[in-house]
Write a protein that binds this ligand. Structure first.
Ligand SMILES: NC(=O)c1ccc[n+]([C@@H]2O[C@H](COP(=O)([O-])OP(=O)(O)OC[C@H]3O[C@@H](n4cnc5c(N)ncnc54)[C@H](OP(=O)(O)O)[C@@H]3O)[C@@H](O)[C@H]2O)c1
Length: 251
């Protein structure tokens, strides 16, 4: 399969300071892109910048702030956006949530994806640009200990598909694709969720993971997202991401 080179292209990755986002920033940078990484805590971004050198620009900001989204798109003219930032949901059963804790992932994950997708369409990004929106496998099955998380992640998948239709309708040539990773303890967010589900099932984390099968790593996520951007054969609208790789999802 021929790959599309991204050398010299500018990518913005939200939630780039740790977990999937950090691995995605590293993988895109190794593939030749200039990467701007956004997260609130500046310290891990500065460390990543030291590791990647001039190929990485750290930006300490709230990715859900629409002003920052607009500013960063205007400033860097990216052709790749990876909308990965997400809040760790409070892990507890539904009756122990308040509306504020339940709706956290709507306020952060969905609001951020909405703001960046809107800016991508309005700019518009150049034809051939790719916008990857991070949903979750929870969008397919629910996530009963995570409040509004699964619904928020389903909304992000819808948002990407609506944007793809608007891009097509207006002949913009911008690709929008969503990715639904399986739950993994390889990141801070995932580790907390795995611990909660293990406790709920009355088992320990190793027992839970043994029953769940092969574990997705952050590095696999970085490689998969880069493949999605560079491999023209990966042209579907939504993909499940497991330790076995990317699998297209039906419309
Ligand atoms: N791990 C899993 O099992 C799993 C499964 C399916 C989907 N996902 C999704 O994958 C994405 C990445 O998650 P992860 O597992 O890598 O989590 P993680 O290790 O907790 O990393 C989350 C990243 O998002 C950033 N972030 C959070 N809120 C932000 C905000 N308002 N503005 C800017 N950055 C923000 C964090 O940095 P700061 O805190 O410094 O801002 C951090 O860089 C999330 O959207 C998550 O829902 C994860």
């Amino acid at each position: 399969m021929t790959s599309t080179g991204i050398t010299g292209q500018h990518a913005i990755v939200t939630g780039a300071s740790r977990g999937f986002g950090r691995a995605i920033a590293i993988a895109l940078s190794k593939a030749g892109a200039q990467v701007t990484g956004v997260a609130r805590d500046p310290a891990p971004l500065t460390e990543l910048a030291a590791e990647l050198g001039g190929a990485f620009i750290p930006v300490a900001a709230d990715a859900a702030d629409p002003v920052r989204a607009g500013q960063l798109i205007d400033e860097h003219q990216p052709t790749i956006l990876v909308l990965n930032a997400g809040a760790a949901p409070l892990a507890r059963p539904i009756q122990r949530h308040t509306w504020q804790t339940f709706s956290r992932n709507w306020d952060v994950d969905v609001q951020h994806a909405f703001g960046w997708v809107r800016e991508a369409l309005l700019a518009p990004l150049p034809p051939g640009s790719v916008v990857v929106a991070m949903s979750s496998g929870a969008a397919l099955r629910g996530s009963p200990l995570s409040g509004g998380y699964a619904g928020a992640k389903a909304a992000i998948r819808f948002l990407a598909s609506y944007a793809a239709a608007e891009s097509e309708r207006d002949g913009l040539g911008i690709r929008f694709v969503s990715v639904l990773p399986q739950l993994t303890p390889a990141t801070r967010l995932g580790a907390a969720a795995v611990a909660a589900y293990a406790a709920r099932q009355g088992t320990d984390v190793p027992g839970y993971l043994a029953a769940a099968g092969p574990t997705l790593t952050a590095e696999q996520a970085g490689t998969a997202i880069t493949d999605l951007i560079t491999d023209p054969g990966l042209d579907q609208d939504a993909y499940l991401l497991t330790a076995g790789g990317l699998s297209p999802l039906p419309q």
